[in-house]
Design a protein around this ligand. Sequence first.
Ligand SMILES: [Zn+2]
Length: 141
Amino acid sequence: MSTTICAATCRDGTPCHGRARPGDDMCFVHSETTRERRAAGQAAGGRGRSMIARTARYLPPALTPLLGSLVEAMEQVHTGAITPAQGTAMASLASACVRVYEMAVVEQRLESLVRGRVIDARAVERSMDDDTETSGDTPLD
Ligand SMILES: [Zn+2]
């Protein structure tokens, strides 16, 4: 399979290095045949950005940049700026980041639970010591 380079010139005046689409001399970004799909992708991008803003309110701050990168990657896959395989690799890495984050949260909660139990157990021991001191050593009459 031969790869033809896009015949278009970019906005900055440099030649496009994109891969021409089959049966076309231009890439996805420059081809007239993909104009509607690009417009739909840009609209989806706008919706994606407002979705990021809404969703980010419920995300832990550590994961907010990840969401932005993922939505950007979705747009890039849609417009052909990155390959679907690159998008899949990003999604896979993002998924791994979320799993590590979830593990850290579970560990943190477990640790605070265990710490809470240790504190509770010490409080119970102290109160038991207090009981034995008062009831055991104090004569009743
Ligand atoms: Zn091009």
